[in-house]
Every structure is written in structure tokens, then in C-alpha cells.
Design a protein around this ligand. Structure first.
Ligand code: ADP
Ligand code: MG
Length: 144
């Protein structure tokens, strides 16, 4: 796995996304030069007619996402103190945002879970992993 140098972890707080993150950490331990970005995408889909309510919900979600990624940053700085690590909250359709981020930031591998927080078990892949797998221009490692 040493051929990958700039990887992207798609993180939603789910068990499998933690597993994806741990996979990235394991790769980092084998490769000092590995750069790891961790992103989470906010996508408030509920139909909210009041702009004020919408803004306050969005604010709350942003705060939660920032807090979650701060925890990840700390974990990574303990596990991989000398690596180049970045975390970022994205806003919009998660599949599109993840692929766009990977393109714009020259990622050569995306790591994510097969399922996330919604977990309807009928399908093997969740909608976000399905979308990323279909649209990404780099290899995708799906953790299960
Ligand atoms: N909003 C998100 N931001 C970043 N990564 C995400 C997001 N949602 C899902 N992922 C990534 O995609 C994987 C699969 O999740 P998803 O396709 O949403 O499945 P589910 O339908 O079970 O929620 C997760 O394990 C995580 O790695
Ligand atoms: Mg999901």
C-alpha cells in the first residue's frame, strides 16, 4: 500500500467509518510520508420552511461536525504525530462533495465504509459509498 501518498478518509461517525480511519492510521504507520485528509459532509435534507430555523439547525450541525473532526484530529496526532493531517467539514451532497474534494486535493485513494449511519441492510453498499465508487477518479477502498 506504499504507493498511495495522499489519501482521503470519508468520515460520518459510523462504526465502519471508524474502521476506515483505523485503516488509514495503519497505512500511515507503514509510510511516514502519507498525507491523510479526513472529511465529513453536512447535508441537511429536511424541508424547513423557516430560513431562521434552517440557519440555526445548520449552525448546530456545523458545530457537531467540527467537534467530531477535532476528536479525530487529536486521535491522529497521537497515533501519527509526524504526519501531515487535515480535517474538513464539507457542505452539500456527501457523494459529490467527497469526489470533488478528492479531485481538487489530488487524493490518490479514498477510504470509506460500505455502510454508514443509515444502515438498511438489504443492500451491501450505502448510497454515499455507492455514489463515490461510481464517480471517483481514484481508487476507493471500501471497508466492511
Ligand atoms: N456525510 C458523510 N460525510 C463523509 N463520509 C460519509 C458521509 N456519509 C457516509 N460517509 C462514508 O460512506 C460510508 C458509507 O455510508 P453510506 O453510504 O451513507 O451508508 P448508509 O446508507 O448505511 O448510511 C461511511 O462508512 C462513511 O465512510
Ligand atoms: Mg449514510
Amino acid at each position: 500500500m506504499k504507493k498511495y501518498s495522499k489519501i482521503l478518509v470519508a468520515f460520518d461517525g459510523s462504526e465502519l467509518s471508524v474502521k476506515a480511519l483505523n485503516e488509514a492510521i495503519a497505512m500511515g504507520k507503514e509510510n511516514e510520508a502519507l498525507e491523510i485528509d479526513v472529511v465529513t459532509a453536512l447535508n441537511p435534507t429536511a424541508q424547513i420552511s423557516s430560513a431562521l430555523v434552517y440557519a440555526s439547525i445548520l449552525n448546530e450541525l456545523r458545530k457537531e461536525a467540527v467537534d467530531m473532526l477535532e476528536g479525530i484530529s487529536e486521535k491522529l496526532s497521537v497515533q501519527l504525530p509526524n504526519h501531515k493531517i487535515k480535517t474538513k467539514v464539507l457542505e452539500g451532497n456527501p457523494g459529490n462533495e467527497i469526489v470533488e474534494y478528492a479531485d481538487e486535493n489530488d487524493r490518490d485513494l479514498i477510504i470509506m465504509g460500505s455502510r454508514g449511519l443509515n444502515g438498511i441492510r438489504e443492500w451491501f453498499l450505502g448510497s454515499v459509498s455507492h455514489a463515490v465508487l461510481q464517480r471517483s477518479h481514484c481508487p476507493v477502498l471500501i471497508v466492511k
